[in-house]
Design a protein around this ligand. Structure first.
Ligand code: UT7
Length: 308
């Protein structure tokens, strides 16, 4: 048994901020940002936190009373939670009026968080039950406005999916690695604001390495060739990572859809934001084969093969 995604939705705060905003006060250029990352705009929250945005995204799923009654698992993937307690998943439970006999949990696995939550849903769900899985971030709150190497990358947003068990197998791959070099600063959970730092070039190399290995394992385990996968839905960190992976697999870049040009890098939210965009555009067809993969802080990576 595996998992099937029944519905998707998403929410982004405010108006898009384009590259010219950063060019106005930092030593950077629109050309550098577009060429090195693929990012043109991103959405930055003024006053909405993870708890508000996850509720707004989930409400857009337009859950019926029958669906709400069947929800037994609520998972919120985030590394930028507005509150430590109450957790986002319980806030969501309350906002949607879900029953108390559910497993509600926040998952902090950075950019691998959404796929990690799918993996947890796969393990927890029983036949006939539904899981609500959300990826949500306000990375802008952790970005140093004066650091051109990070602030231009990150955006805020939320994506939600409704999941059930089905009789098609889903396969998961993943791992984690601690690196003192890459974890250049420990971010505290509470207290004064601390900013995220990143050795971008090293994370870039790590991403190519783990994407390649975990996707190859998924292809082997699911008995598919590169060409048989309809969609490679990867974390939207940098267009060059996706283009490099497509090249390595010898697959058309059209099968690696991208929307980091609009949203920037939204960590846990990037995969569900992209899923929702493709779904609403009518591009995802039932039975299509899909690999989703997230990679990032920690370091962590998670990938899944499933049928739409
Ligand atoms: O989401 C979770 C995981 N994160 C990722 O996957 C991020 C992966 N990494 C990346 O996407 C890229 O490494 C970055 C976009 C972060 C950086 O691109 P890069 O091509 O790896 O650049 P770099 O860090 O090697 O820096 C090259 C140059 C440096 O200048 P010097 O030392 O060569 O003079 C940087 O100071 O580019 C400079 N630079 C900039 N220049 C203009 C860094 N940021 C900027 C900027 N504008 N915004």
């Amino acid at each position: 048994m595996g998992i099937k995604i029944l519905k998707t939705s998403s929410y982004v705060p405010g108006e898009p901020i384009d590259n010219s905003y950063y060019v106005s006060y930092l030593d950077t250029s629109d050309e550098w940002i577009r060429q090195r990352t693929g990012i043109e705009t991103r959405y930055i929250s003024k006053d909405e936190g993870t708890e508000t945005m996850s509720v707004k995204a989930a409400e857009k799923l337009e859950l019926t009373d029958e669906e709400k009654a069947r929800i037994k698992v609520v998972l919120v993937a985030t590394t930028t939670s507005t509150s430590t307690v109450p957790i986002n998943a319980c806030i969501l439970q309350g906002a949607l009026g879900l029953s108390e006999d559910i497993y509600a949990c926040d998952i902090g696995m950075a950019c691998a968080g959404f796929v990690a939550a799918l993996r947890m849903a796969d393990a927890l769900l029983k036949e006939g039950e539904l899981a609500l899985v959300v990826g949500v971030e306000v990375l802008s709150k952790m970005s140093d406005k004066t650091d051109r190497s990070t602030v231009i990358l990150f955006g805020d947003g939320a994506g939600a999916v409704l999941i059930e068990k089905n009789d098609k197998e889903s396969y998961f791959e993943g791992g984690s690695r601690y690196s003192e070099v890459l974890a250049s600063k420990l971010l505290p959970m509470t207290g004064d604001v601390e900013y995220l730092t990143m050795d971008g070039a090293a994370v870039f190399r790590f991403a190519l390495e783990v994407m390649n290995a975990s996707m190859n394992n998924l292809l082997e385990r699911s008995g598919n060739s590169y060409d048989e996968i309809d969609w490679y839905i990867l974390h939207q960190a940098n267009k060059r990572i996706l283009e490099g992976t497509a090249r390595k697999f010898g697959v058309s870049p059209d099968r690696f859809p991208m929307n980091m040009n609009k949203y920037g890098n939204t960590s846990s939210a990037s995969i569900p934001l992209l899923l929702d965009e493709l779904n609403r555009a009518g591009k995802l067809k039932r039975g299509q084969k899909m690999i989703m993969a997230g990679f990032g802080g920690g370091l962590t990576w998670q990938a899944v093969y499933l049928e739409w």
